[in-house]
Ligand binder design. Structure first.
Ligand code: PEP
Ligand code: MN
Length: 361
């Protein structure tokens, strides 16, 4: 089968749109027809089995929804995708091979290696593309591990989907994007495209355009956006779904930047800036190394005088004065605090090593 998931390399984006859940034949077909008016959308999504936090909510329409996806393909020519969370879901999808082009693995499933392996086992020897959403918790190994399990089962057409992570705190967003993890996944699997799901990150339709733009600025390869013909009547994720009309406007307004430029003036200037950054990075590391040598001397001195490693007053003093200085030279206060904690933690580790050098720990 033709490879669907390719990294962007200045080429076309992978745009996936459709409702959170398939609810009725009319809702699915009407949404798909409106979405297909945009020539930017390639794939239609709809959940058939829905993972819900509490029982008693709409848990998906089930197998009959696959007939509707088949109709979507026939009417619009779009490719289709739905979520599979159990081996039985996959077996059912494979019975309707002409209805579903791509399977996606949800965040709750990716979090469980037993579930992922069970799905990979039924997919062994099957030629179907798979999208792997990030797990609920920000564990890059779990996400990469799930991708590996499908790759090992012989799936060649794979994409990763960044849908954000459970926040554990009050936030405006439903799930926190961890852009650095998404970028790390890209460096682990350079050939696997990474798609952003601004709908599940936002939880609220008003943030979707902003998150989508940010993803494209970071060179994501595509977007998955929940789209419903009548979002306020949606049976799941009503607050974060947008109408096809809003989707089309959103896609038209996106600034699509290139990953690189052929312009030689641009390349030369970029090269010069990068040289400056390289030189500053080496200076930073040399300074940190100098600092650590002094930390070591202090550690030995403290050991000789039987004084504790951690001195609260000194630490509070350091954070306060450095934060103030940082602010005065245009650095973000939180950033300075995080940077200092990291350096301080390493200093403590070094001094503990010195204090305990004769012990096993
Ligand atoms: C979904 O895409 O509708 C879904 C359930 O997503 P997630 O697994 O990211 O929560
Ligand atoms: Mn949803």
């Amino acid at each position: 089968m033709k490879q669907i998931f390719k990294t962007r390399n200045n080429g076309e984006l992978i745009i996936i749109a459709g409702p959170c859940s398939a609810e009725s034949e009319d809702q699915v077909i009407d949404t798909a027809k409106e979405i297909a008016r945009s020539d930017k959308v390639n794939i239609f999504r709809a959940g058939i089995w829905k993972p819900r936090t509490k029982p008693g909510n709409f848990e998906g329409i089930g197998e009959i929804g696959l007939d509707w996806l088949k109709k979507v393909k026939q009417i619009t020519g779009l490719l289709t995708t739905t979520e599979a969370a159990t081996p039985e879901h996959i077996e059912t999808i494979l019975k309707y091979r002409d209805a579903v082009d791509i399977i996606w693995i949800g965040a709750r499933t990716t979090a469980n290696p037993f579930s992922v392996q069970a799905l990979a086992d039924v997919l062994t020897g099957v030629d179907i593309p798979v999208m792997v959403k990030n797990p609920l918790n920000p564990d890059i190994k779990l996400w990469a591990g799930a991708i590996e399990r499908f790759a090992k089962a012989g799936i060649k057409d794979i994409a990763a989907v960044h849908r954000g992570f459970y926040p554990f705190q009050d936030t405006n967003l439903r799930n926190l994007p961890k852009w650095e993890l998404a970028i790390e996944i890209k460096s682990i699997f350079p050939k696997i495209p990474i798609i952003n799901d601004p709908s599940h990150i936002s939880g609220n339709r008003k943030y979707i355009a902003e998150i989508a733009q940010k993803a494209l600025d970071l060179n994501f390869d595509g977007l998955m956006i929940e789209t419903h013909i009548n979002p306020s009547a949606a049976l799941s994720d009503s607050n974060q779904q947008i109408t096809p009309k809003t989707l089309i406007k959103l896609l038209d307004n996106l600034q699509i930047r290139k990953a690189s430029s052929n312009n030689s003036e641009f390349s030369e200037l970029l090269e010069r800036y990068r040289e400056q950054i390289d030189s500053i990075d080496y200076q930073l590391l040399e300074l940190i190394s100098k600092r650590m040598k002094i930390v070591k001397n202090i550690g030995e001195y403290k050991l000789k005088n039987n004084v504790t490693i951690f001195q609260l007053k000194r630490w509070l003093d350091i954070t306060l004065t450095r934060k103030e200085f940082g602010r005065s030279i245009g650095l973000d206060e939180q950033f300075v605090k995080k940077l200092l904690s990291l350096v301080h933690r390493e200093s403590i580790r070094k001094q503990s090593e010195i204090m305990n050098k004769n012990k096993l720990t």
